[in-house]
Design a protein around this ligand. Structure first.
Ligand code: GLP
Length: 238
């Protein structure tokens, strides 16, 4: 796991969008693992711009998203909706090539990913409690795609997207930690000082209390953090 400190969230979005675009150019039928949340938004915006400018086609690209809410009554809050709005509807990807984990028989998702040849590049954000996808603290490192319960902290954090906290779904279907670890390359993005604690903990070695720490064992993972996180961590040492 390689941690890189970059000046700003905007710079990180430039680097990560360049990596996505260059992969699609090199391998037009590549498999992308995608994340939702506010963190990757700028990256997706730049992917849309660069795909247009450089005439890069996503026609043969297949995507597998990390997770989806369960029992979510508000369509506009679904991760499918988020991805359509913020990426898929703005590039030439075929909708049938964009996948979300199924509510029934979640383990079939792992088989589907495998049968496509595996994820070439997985994009990740991180929760304040160190979760990746919806793998909350305590999730076994060998977990495959499964139904997960959201922690109180995560429900509270995600309530900013809803009208009230009661609307936030309590469960989700999520790739497991072992599913994520099978990706050939992983990029985790973390920006803003409220992610400092999670980043600090994940760099302290393997611990199931910090699910993202599993990435210490992956041999092609880059973690991009901004200066706000660096400054926050340094301030604790003074
Ligand atoms: C959710 C998602 C995660 C995401 C996290 C952080 O819980 N399931 O995949 O990384 O939120 O979101 P944000 O980027 O908005 O801080």
């Amino acid at each position: 796991m390689n941690v890189k400190i970059i000046d700003s969230a905007e710079e990180i979005a430039k680097i990560v969008s360049d990596r996505i675009i260059s992969l699609v150019k090199e391998k037009p039928d590549c498999i992308l693992g995608l994340a939702t949340g506010s963190t990757p938004l700028q990256t997706y915006q730049k992917v849309i711009e660069k795909a247009k400018k450089q005439n890069v086609s996503f026609l043969k690209v297949r995507t597998f998203n990390l997770d989806e809410y369960l029992d979510n009554p508000i369509k506009e809050q679904s991760y499918r909706y988020f991805m359509d709005e913020n990426l898929f509807d703005k590039i030439d990807i075929k909708k049938e090539n964009t996948h979300f984990p199924p509510f029934e028989n979640p383990a079939a998702y792992d088989e589907e990913i495998l049968s496509c040849g595996g994820i070439d590049l997985q994009i990740l954000g991180i929760g304040r409690d160190g979760h990746i996808a919806f793998n909350e603290p305590g999730t076994p490192f060998d977990s495959m795609t499964h139904i997960a319960s959201l922690d109180e902290k995560t429900i509270k954090d995600n309530s900013r997207f809803f009208e009230s906290i009661d609307q936030v779904p309590k469960k989700a279907v999520t790739m497991g930690l072992a599913t994520i670890m099978k990706a050939k390359e992983i990029i985790l993005i973390a920006t803003g000082k409220n992610k400092a604690e999670a980043i600090y903990k994940m760099t302290q070695g393997l611990d199931t209390k910090t699910p993202a720490s599993i990435l210490n064992k992956h041999n092609n993972t880059t973690v991009y953090i901004d200066n706000d996180i660096r400054k926050e961590i340094e301030s604790w040492k003074q």
